[in-house]
Design a protein around this ligand. Structure first.
Ligand code: SF4
Ligand code: SF4
Length: 408
């Protein structure tokens, strides 16, 4: 058996014991509370959080990297919730992933996506010309949909109050989601725009823990938004995109962006409260369970706005147990969903979510993150749950009450 060496010059020891908050692994008590709350199941491989911390404390850099645990971790922080020392697993694992040798193990799909994003502004390589062609074609359909020949999907509109930043899937396989958002902006009666210069809310620099890449990607969004002179950036339903642009951006770029950042449910709710957007909950006459995306809830503190909006769009909001801070990860976080070879693993990590859904007895789930949306759709098929998964934008758009002359 290969002998493991304690490294005197350990990257992990150097990086992980220098910060006072969240990643001071020397304080680990070895209590194991993290193990019992990990989203992976015992006996199915995956990360063992206490073991990861102990290997890092001992400076077993090679053994930890070879274990694969750094890349299997979902960065969901469910274990952190129960850690008496407040050791923040997503910080520890992200620092681990930044080790030069761990960095070499990044999935090929994530590497390709990062290259595309940095060269074209979009993780799928959508060019500015592709973006304009798609938006102009969609705008024609949209005008027909809202029965208003003057209705537009504006882009590059200087001085617009709101800028909408979509998930790349909305300009590809999920065009209906973008139509839903356009309808909600139209109903809000506000000046809004999209931008042909930055079409992507995601930031895969976060997954690979390269702060230089994450900073570049954040600036690719922030600088053109500032040039347009917007007041508020409205983010599509993307958990890690929200976490990076709302929580981490200031530290990443070294200053505050010159605009406010809000999520799509917060935007819609604002105009519902003002009486401008009207919603009809009878359109969804069935109970709907709300899924807390880890990046939105536990890692960014956004719990109430999506629930409040959902309550205005359906008969009843059902809580999955546990929820909020203790919510169960969908099983696709940390870059797992973005790796096309991860399906078998995702069906293991998704088992806890599937069990939760079965226990709720509900057949409709709302997930305000397009990654969670896809993962829950996949586990529904795999475990034969028979549930329908919606985004909150899709539900709000279907519930929208437009003026009579807009009704078709
Ligand atoms: S962050 Fe999530 S997946 Fe990673 S070790 Fe903790 S509970 Fe497990
Ligand atoms: S819960 Fe915290 S203190 Fe306990 S073993 Fe895990 S990391 Fe260490």
């Amino acid at each position: 058996m290969e002998k493991v060496k304690l490294h005197e010059n350990s990257y992990f020891i150097e990086k992980l014991n220098t910060s006072s908050i969240g990643d001071n692994i020397d304080e680990c008590l070895s209590c194991g509370a993290c193990n019992s709350s990990c989203s992976w199941f015992d006996g199915h491989g995956g990360p063992v959080p206490r073991q990861m911390i102990k290997m890092a404390v001992l400076g077993l850099d090679d053994a930890l990297i070879k274990s694969g645990m750094l890349w299997d971790c979902l960065l969901c922080n469910r274990c952190t919730q129960n850690c008496p020392m407040g050791i923040t697993m997503s910080k520890v694992v992200r620092i681990g992933r930044s080790h030069p040798r761990a960095f070499e193990l990044i999935s090929a799909d994530i590497q390709t996506g990062i290259k595309s994003r940095l060269s074209t502004g979009d993780v799928n390589g959508l060019t500015r010309e592709d973006f304009i062609e798609t938006i102009e074609w969609m705008a024609e359909e949209f005008a027909e949909d809202v029965n208003d020949p003057n209705a537009k999907i504006p882009y590059d509109l200087k001085g617009a109050r709101f800028l909408y930043l979509p998930n790349p899937r909305e300009l590809g396989i999920n065009l209906l989601h973008l139509s839903a958002m356009a309808k909600l902006f139209y109903a809000s009666n506000q000046s809004w725009t999209m931008s042909s210069k930055h079409t992507d809310v995601t930031n895969w620099g976060y997954f690979v823990s390269d702060d230089e890449i994450a900073k570049k990607m954040a600036l690719m969004v922030i600088e053109p938004a500032e040039a347009l002179g917007i007041e508020t950036l409205v983010l599509s339903e993307c958990g890690h995109g929200y976490h990076v642009l709302k929580v981490l951006a200031e530290k990443l770029i070294g200053r505050k962006p010159e605009f406010q950042v809000i999520s799509m449910p917060e935007f819609v709710l604002r105009f519902v409260k003002k009486g401008i957007i009207k919603l009809d909950k009878t359109v969804h006459p069935f109970p709907t369970a709300y899924h807390d995306p880890c990046n939105l809830g536990r890692k960014s503190g956004l719990y109430d706005a999506p629930r409040q909006l959902l309550a205005l769009c359906c008969k009843e909001v059902v809580e999955l147990i546990p929820n909020r801070e203790n919510a169960v990860c969908c099983g696709g976080g940390g870059g797992m969903l973005q790796d096309s070879t991860s399906k078998a693993k995702r069906m293991i990590t998704g088992k806890a979510k599937a069990d939760q859904i079965i226990a709720s007895g509900v057949k409709n789930i709302a997930a305000p993150c397009l990654s969670c949306h896809r993962q829950i759709g996949d586990i529904s098929k795999h475990f034969k749950l028979g549930v329908k998964v919606d985004t909150i934008a899709a539900m709000a758009s279907r519930s929208l009450v437009l003026p009579r002359n807009n009704s078709k």
